[in-house]
Design a protein around this ligand. Structure first.
Ligand SMILES: Cc1cc2nc3c(=O)[nH]c(=O)nc-3n(C[C@H](O)[C@H](O)[C@H](O)COP(=O)(O)O)c2cc1C
Length: 363
């Protein structure tokens, strides 16, 4: 049995030492299950896409797989919560383990990630992990009512964001149709905002969907007639773009159809054990998504570059900064870089008081 201790000893709210199914059934854990609630005071002051929130800070799609986890997050003062990415059909999770520690320098460059990383033997601070889930999904009959419940769990000054992706299948037309079908399912949940996950590995192609601008334009155009009449803002989740020219071109072509961009997802890296063998079991799993403290530079860099593009753009899209946020200082750095909102997945998992700590420093 794989077991990685956290040092200092902490049980993250999503427990990496048990399977995804067990987490969904019995979670959340640690601070999300301690019964201590953070009370927001006064009136929410920040505008987030037309919704008032106490702090434009929360948890991105990932470690929050169902309404029980959403409840824990809202109670701890994470005011924007994204429900883990769902699909239009059931999809299994990659085999356990899905989260392991990695050994890295303070900041992980793209080149180092490509060359490869070594798995760690415990979760240490600053937290650095890799994750590999394969975007599992329950059937819509199961996730639609659960997401609906999660939407209702948001308190005053809080908001739940739905995230989903289309599943490739029988050709391009069917793929686009799957995005449209998913959009209609999201409508049933009453989620007030939606994010399209374009930055998970694009099955059938070796690249990421967000790096294929023309395809993304097709998708956002196709789903617009579903979300626009309901005035549901659409966000796009991005990976790191090394090229300024590609990023500029992507934003110019996509922003007419969306409300904003969230960057970044994880940085893909080859992760091995000390003896050189593959760290995560199964085909195609040498490559997984590195996240936590060592990817902060990449999220910040994307936010700065997007903010610069926005200065001269005719479209006033919002920017959400994600990646490596583990302290109140990180939050401030992202806001200074031009982010309108900030998210933490790995940092929040190991510090369920992160929202409280940020609020205590800046509100
Ligand atoms: C356990 C876990 C599961 C994740 N699952 C998803 C997902 O389903 N969809 C998605 O867009 N991003 C997913 N991510 C990526 C996060 O949303 C985020 O972009 C990334 O982890 C970088 O942020 P961090 O350094 O704060 O973890 C996941 C991350 C983690 C840690």
């Amino acid at each position: 049995m794989t077991f990685f201790q956290s040092e200092p000893e902490i049980t993250p709210f999503y427990d990496p030492n048990i399977s995804y199914e067990e987490n969904c059934k019995s979670g959340p854990f640690g601070g999300f299950a301690d019964g201590i609630t953070y009370e927001n005071k006064g009136e929410p002051q920040y505008d987030f896409l037309g919704h008032k929130v106490y702090l434009p800070f929360g948890i991105p799609a990932g470690p929050i797989p169902n309404a029980n986890f959403c409840k824990g997050g809202f109670q701890k003062g994470f005011d924007i919560i994204m429900y883990k990415t769902v699909r239009t059909r059931p999809h299994p999770c990659n085999p356990f383990p899905n989260i392991v520690p990695v050994q890295t320098k303070e900041q992980l460059t793209l080149e180092e990630a490509r060359k490869g990383l070594i798995m760690g033997n415990k979760f240490t601070n600053p937290i650095a992990i890799t994750n590999s889930f394969g975007v599992p999904s329950l059937s819509p009959e199961e996730w639609i009512p659960d997401m609906k419940k999660a939407v209702e769990l948001a308190g005053k000054g809080q908001i739940l964001i739905a995230t989903y992706l289309g599943t490739p299948g029988n050709g391009e037309e069917a793929f686009i149709q799957d995005w449209i079908d998913g959009a209609k399912m999201i409508l049933e949940t009453n989620a007030p905002i939606v994010e399209l996950d374009l930055s998970c590995p694009n099955e059938g192609k070796s690249s990421l969907l967000c790096h294929d601008t023309e395809r993304v334009v097709k998708i956002v155009k196709a789903i617009q007639p579903v979300f626009a009449p309901k005035k549901i803002p659409v966000l796009i989740k991005l990976s790191y773009f090394p090229s300024d020219k590609k990023l500029q071109d992507f934003i110019e072509k996509v922003s007419p159809y969306v409300a904003g961009f969230n960057a970044i997802n994880t940085i893909a890296g080859n992760v091995r054990k000390e003896d050189g063998s593959q760290a995560l079991p199964g085909e195609g799993r040498l490559l997984s998504g590195v996240c936590g403290a060592p990817i902060k530079w990449a999220g910040l860099d994307m936010v700065k570059r997007m903010a610069k593009i926005r200065e001269t753009s005719q479209y006033k899209f919002i920017i959400i900064g994600t990646g490596g946020v583990t302290t109140p200082e990180d939050y401030k750095e992202y806001i200074k870089a031009g982010a309108d909102a900030v998210m933490s997945a790995t940092g929040a998992m190991w510090n369920t008081n992160l929202a409280k700590e940020i609020k205590e420093t800046i509100l």
